[in-house]
Design a protein around this ligand. Structure first.
Ligand code: DGY
Length: 409
């Protein structure tokens, strides 16, 4: 096989901390929700048992509300800020107080397809937890139809321009000093700015003050924006969860009703003036007027509209490698700054999954090829400059290794 296959397996094994896999050493030394699901999918290509262990450990930290947290702090590590004390969530083991894009049902279904017999007992055990998590999303985050996030970190696309509008309204706490750790591991120019961190921390302070009560966060929290990215991920995940339920002979009418409701809410995010699915501020109803990779996750959910397809073609032709996280024609585009321009193999893999299912095989092949080139040239990095392919962010990155093993390698 390709020598990169073994290198990819070595990345996952090197990031294994005993039952859970960190995204990369130092920068992200804990278990992250969607990173962990991608690691599981990667393990499934060579070690099914290890793959299921990863998933079970993630869901072992599910809250009573059904929420599955975005970080699980198994062992405190001073390399990362903000740690469990700053989050102040009352849970054991300590966790953050927010969630992350629910890719679990979809990737679990992929794992099932890779080995149905070995997977079935695991799916049986996990199914009620998945149902509870999906129910939590609908109950606590979908008041208006689409998924609304209470913190940019919940979207997984932390500092993308989508959130600028909502972040402008977050009051900053000037006399609450803090020390970032991320910029000691990665160049400052590839990370979010102080402007963002001041507001990330202010939202955390509010969450702490209400003990991460979802109703409080949604009704009175400093930030609340509808997110096309998570809405499409959840919509897709519902169809996979329903398929898993049918496999187990479960009654899925309730899930189907929730899926339909979510689908009916998509129109609220349609910015007709711009011709794309757009984030909006739930407090004011104002559109962000920002095109980014969240909108293109529509394909992942099997959704496409001609006006947005045209934008997809336009921005893809502006770059050389993969789908950029922000619009290259926008003045906010920064090709190396985290979610403000770089291309992310993991997002490319989700968009490609959708393109393939929709029969757009040429586009899928192009995206796969461009993503593979990035990894062949640069190795397994967190994200890449979409113009010249320069690797950025963290090295030896788990989910990039995982999508090599499962998709583009
Ligand atoms: C970080 O610390 O940058 C993470 O993305 C938060 O989830």
């Amino acid at each position: 096989g390709n020598p990169l296959d073994q290198a990819a397996r070595d990345v996952l094994l090197g990031n294994d901390r005993g039952g859970y896999t960190i995204p990369t050493a130092r920068l992200y030394p804990y278990q992250w929700n969607w990173d962990s699901m991608f690691s599981a999918w990667g393990y499934a290509s060579f070690d099914m048992e290890r793959a299921w262990q990863e998933v079970h450990l993630l869901f072992a930290s599910q809250w009573d509300t059904g929420m599955v947290p975005h970080i699980i702090f198994h062992k405190v590590d001073p390399d990362y800020f903000p740690g469990p004390k700053v989050w102040g969530a009352t849970h054991e083991p300590p966790t953050s107080g927010i969630s992350q894009p629910p890719v679990a049902a979809t990737l679990i279904r992929k794992m099932y397809e890779m080995d149905p017999e070995a997977s079935l007992p695991h799916i049986k055990a996990l199914y009620p937890k998945l149902v509870a998590w999906h129910d939590w999303w609908i109950r606590e985050r979908c008041k208006d139809g689409p998924v609304a996030i209470i913190h940019p970190w919940e979207s997984g696309r932390d500092n993308c321009p989508d959130w600028d509008l909502g972040m402008e309204g977050v009051p900053v706490n000037e006399d609450d000093p803090y020390l970032r750790r991320d910029t000691t591991h990665v160049q400052e120019t590839e990370r979010p700015q102080k402007w963002d961190y001041d507001r990330y921390l202010a939202i955390l302070a509010f969450g702490r003050s209400v003990n991460w009560d979802d109703r409080e966060m949604v009704e009175n929290g400093p930030f609340l924006m509808a997110d096309p990215g998570i809405s499409f991920v959840l919509l897709r995940a519902f169809s996979d969860l329903i398929a898993l339920g049918e496999l187990l002979g479960e009654e899925t009418a309730g899930l189907q009703a929730q899926e339909s409701k979510l689908r009916a809410g998509l129109d609220k995010m349609w910015n007709a003036e711009k011709g794309w699915f757009d984030a909006y501020d739930m407090r004011t109803g104002r559109f962000a007027n920002v095109l980014g990779s969240g909108a293109f996750l529509a394909y992942f959910a099997g959704v496409s509209r001609p006006a947005q397809d045209a934008h997809f073609a336009r921005i893809w032709d502006k770059v050389s490698y993969g789908i950029p996280s922000a619009d290259p024609d926008s003045e906010r585009f920064e090709p190396r700054r985290y979610w403000r321009g770089p291309t992310w193999p993991v997002v490319n893999s989700l968009i490609a999954m959708g393109l393939k299912d929709m029969g757009r095989t040429e586009a899928e092949a192009r995206l796969r090829d461009e993503t593979a080139k990035l990894i062949e040239k640069g190795g397994f990095w967190e994200y890449y400059d979409p113009m010249d392919g320069t690797p950025c962010g963290g090295a030896s990155f788990g989910w990039t290794a995982a999508v090599w093993l499962t998709w583009c390698g």
